[in-house]
Write a protein that binds this ligand. Structure first.
Ligand code: AMP
Ligand code: MG
Length: 420
């Protein structure tokens, strides 16, 4: 019998559509880095607020400089942070520092490098155009400009703009709290020294915590659960009461001890999919007492791919972020990539720049248990359904996890060293 698979986009749309929107809160500007704005900000001030000098030099009337060199009377000086009541008149100059208000009457600033001074007079050696080295009021932002939209994830530069207009209290989306837990009788704490036969260490919780920390969210750790429906049920209920979102790993497949699916269905509404994706085909999403629960698969690479395709966009959409996915770049496949025609396939790839532009090469073994290749990878090549092979040299989209390697540095994916 042919397996019924749900297209990835359908599962994503269904998950995103059912997530609640978090409310907003007020925070100081200094706490804004990485937060998602929940307000539109319009500046009522022009930036810069006044016409000022872009250089240290002399404020002059450009017309006075025809036939340079010319000599002008230095009638005053003005530094940043002060104003002069003196106007520039024909035949005169005012000494001015970068950032100081340009005195009335002047239409240009001559950089100090083009001048020499003697006594109370300055010689201007070269003429400059009208407006030279003057920053007009409002030339960065004019009053009435929308400087920030709701949904923008704030960077240092957004914060800088907000600082410049004196917007010192921000309205941002609240950060969700996320409960994490691993399941599996074989799964042991990472602190376990000696594993008994059949046991493995829990890597998923560590991965999930770090990926969540990247989003700045508050992580509540519910540890490792045995494959026992009562324990899973009790812990899910407790976690759902304490957190905005619950994430589990393992126990959503077709195995005899995969209880997470059944328990979620018993406790609330849950949909278990076989998503047309590789890895991370089994995936369960539902609610327990109204709290969204993401049931990720157990295999470590599946956890990461399901996190990237469902949880990360889900949390960002709860925060109202307008950019929910990792950036995608186009790269050239170094070798042929063989994939599965019925699924959206995510391949762990390394990226480097050469004469062809970005080049993607497989980071190592592509099994869903091979976390080592994921650690080496710069991102995931995304090969859509309907394609079974990406020929060497053809274009492939890559979802970036980090910046590509520099050509000049040793590249673990290129045993012969970088080419091109
Ligand atoms: P499951 O989805 O529970 O059937 O698990 C699938 C595979 O992932 C099995 O080989 C598990 O041993 C492994 N696995 C499950 N949970 C974890 C975990 N927390 N850390 C590392 N591997 C895990
Ligand atoms: Mg398991």
């Amino acid at each position: 019998m042919k397996e019924q698979l749900t297209p990835l986009e359908d599962a994503q749309l269904q998950v995103l559509a059912s997530l609640p929107r978090l409310d907003s809160e007020s925070i100081p500007l200094s706490a804004g880095n990485g937060r998602v704005s929940a307000e539109n900000v319009v500046t009522s001030e022009a930036i810069p607020p006044f016409r000022n000098s872009a250089m240290d030099g002399y404020a002059v009337i450009a017309e006075d400089l025809t036939g340079a060199p010319v000599s002008l009377d230095v009638i005053a000086g003005v530094a940043a942070g002060s104003v002069t009541g003196v106007d520039v008149r024909p035949g005169a100059a005012i000494k001015i520092m970068t950032g100081a208000p340009v005195p009335d009457g002047a239409d240009s600033v001559v950089p100090v490098e083009l001048t020499s001074v003697e006594g109370g007079r300055v010689t201007i050696h070269e003429a400059v155009a009208t407006g030279n080295a003057i920053r007009q009021a409002g030339s960065d932002l004019s009053s009435g400009t929308t400087v920030l939209q709701a949904g923008v994830t704030l960077t240092a530069y957004h914060l800088g703009v907000l600082a410049s207009i004196g917007h010192s209290d921000l309205v941002v989306s609240r950060l969700p709290s996320v409960a994490i837990m691993s399941t599996g009788n074989e799964v042991m704490s990472p602190q376990t020294r000696e594993l008994e036969p059949g046991q493995i260490r829990d890597s998923n919780r560590t991965v999930m915590r770090a990926l969540l920390e990247d989003l700045g969210v508050d992580v509540l750790d519910f540890g490792i659960l045995a494959d026992d429906p009562d324990i899973v049920g009790r812990t899910l209920t407790k976690a759902a009461a304490e957190a905005d979102v619950v994430v589990t790993s393992g126990g959503v497949s077709m195995g005899e001890f995969d209880y997470v699916r059944d328990v979620m269905a018993r406790l609330g509404a849950a949909t278990s999919w076989k998503v047309a994706m590789q890895p991370a085909k089994p995936f369960t999403f539902g609610t327990v007492d109204g709290t969204p629960v993401f049931g990720l698969p157990g295999n470590p690479v599946s956890v990461s791919v399901a996190f990237e395709q469902f949880l990360r966009p889900g949390l960002l959409s709860m925060m109202g972020a307008d950019r929910m996915f990792r950036p995608r770049v186009l790269a050239v496949a170094e070798t042929a990539f063989t994939t599965a025609i019925a699924k959206t396939v995510f391949l762990r790839v390394c990226l480097r720049n050469d004469a062809r532009g970005l080049v993607a090469s497989l980071a190592g073994g592509q099994g869903s248990h091979q976390l080592g290749a994921l650690a080496d990878a710069d991102g995931l090549a995304v090969v859509e359904r309907g394609i079974d092979v990406v020929p060497a040299g053809s274009d492939v989209w890559v979802e970036l996890h980090r910046a590509p390697a520099q050509v000049t540095l040793a590249d673990r994916c290129q045993p012969d060293g970088p080419s091109g």
